[in-house]
Design a binder for this molecule. Structure first.
Ligand code: PLP
Length: 391
């Protein structure tokens, strides 16, 4: 089946053909409850009316212009994202990795502009995942992703999550261009970075002229219950990267910068042929409208609390569940064993979840998931854990 496709993913056997809301159907007619959203992408679920209408309409009008010309939707999306993040201006791209690349390049250029061309390095966190392109990979910690592709960018220092002393010495001694971190590390198992550490990072960056980049590709755009995950810690970065759900399933990455960085890139410095096109921007507007005006952000909070309560009860009943993580609609539970088996078993029961960062089951339902569907998902998780063995 995959004769002419490079095997960069170990794919499951299901062939999906259509979806409605939080349900997705395979070519055998079997319906699954989607607790993964295409890895945090399909925030509006499948076939969302506002999204479908906007995209259908735009496909018939104008799909692509290139960035040599304007279309009516770029500023509308950028303005909303600037307001929602409390930052100033957006660079559009097509993926999370590209959003990170732009953040790294803007950081280096900014330091150069300030007369500090030697500040080219980066500090990142152990356990980080920022994407697969060369720059993003250079600040990604996981050795198995890095090892085959070196040499990567030099001058990258990794510090353990929560180790404020290590962070301080890496920043003061290394004088990097920027510190990049995910407020919740999604790919390494939904590991929350402590609020005190985020605050300390902000203070250290302010003191040393280091740019603070938050990578909210997975946690941003409302998934935690706030537009940005770091809002709950009261920390605002200089740059935030967004992608996954921002265009509700169409490719879009966004690098959002503070006012002080808004003039860093000049025409010709950076770009992307497809980025921020009319189709992706109409999709992003449909997403942002649903989030803000359709009451979806409040819905995420309520469903997130329901999910957490259900998982707490599961944790009490199943000693094999050793830790709960995350908030809103990015949650996870760690098992003492058997995560891979559980994922397969749950596919059989009609629930799509994902294993990440060891024996950890990650749950990323679409924002539109109903209360009954959360309850059903929890029931299926219980059945799967019962089959796996309580201990
Ligand atoms: N940054 C974070 C925090 C991510 O979770 C991901 C993907 O999982 C990326 C960057 C890379 O995004 P993409 O796969 O769209 O390039």
């Amino acid at each position: 089946m995959d004769e002419h496709v490079l095997l960069t993913y170990r794919r499951a056997e299901q062939v999906f053909v259509e979806g409605v809301g939080a349900e997705i159907r395979d070519d055998q007619g079997k319906v699954y409850l989607d607790f993964l959203s295409g890895i945090a992408v399909n925030a509006l679920g499948h076939g969302h009316e506002g999204f479908v209408e906007a995209v259908r309409d735009q496909v018939g009008r104008l799909v692509h212009t290139s960035n040599l010309f304007r279309h009516p939707y770029t500023e509308a999306v950028a303005g909303r994202i600037a307001r929602l993040t409390g930052l100033e201006a957006c660079f559009f791209s097509n993926s999370g990795a590209e959003a990170v690349e732009a953040a790294l390049k803007i950081s280096r250029k900014h330091q150069r502009k300030l007369g500090r061309p030697e500040r080219t390095g980066f500090v990142a966190l152990e356990g980080s995942f920022h994407g697969r392109t060369m720059g993003a990979l250079s600040v990604t910690h996981t050795e198995k992703y890095r090892a085959p592709f070196g040499p990567l960018l030099s001058g990258v220092t990794f510090v353990p999550v929560g180790d404020e002393a290590a962070l301080e010495s890496a920043i003061r001694a290394g004088q990097p261009a920027a510190l990049i971190l995910e407020p919740i590390q999604g790919e390494s198992g939904v590991r929350e970075v402590p609020a005190a550490f985020l605050k300390r990072a902000r203070a250290l960056c302010d003191e040393t002229g280091t740019i603070l980049i938050h990578d909210e590709v997975q946690t941003g755009c409302g998934r935690t219950g706030n537009f940005l995950a770091a809002e709950s810690a009261g920390v605002r970065p200089d740059i935030v990267t967004l992608a996954k759900p921002i265009a509700a399933g169409l490719p879009m990455g966004v690098t959002v910068v503070a006012k002080a960085l808004a003039g860093t890139l000049e025409p010709g410095d950076h770009g992307s042929t497809f980025a921020g096109g009319p189709l992706a921007c109409r999709a992003a507007l449909a997403f942002l409208t649903a989030l803000e005006e359709g009451g979806l952000q409040e819905h995420v909070r309520a469903r997130g609390q329901q999910l957490r309560k259900g998982l707490e009860s599961i944790e009490r009943d199943f000693p094999i569940v050793v830790e709960l993580r995350g908030r809103g609609l990015i949650q996870a539970f760690a098992l003492s064993r058997g995560a891979e088996d559980l994922v397969k078993d749950l596919y059989g029961r009609g629930l799509i979840v994902n294993k990440t960062g060891g024996d950890v089951i990650r749950l990323l339902p679409p924002y539109v998931i109903t209360s009954a569907q959360i309850a059903r998902g929890l029931e299926l998780l219980r059945e799967g854990l019962e089959a796996l063995g309580r201990r």
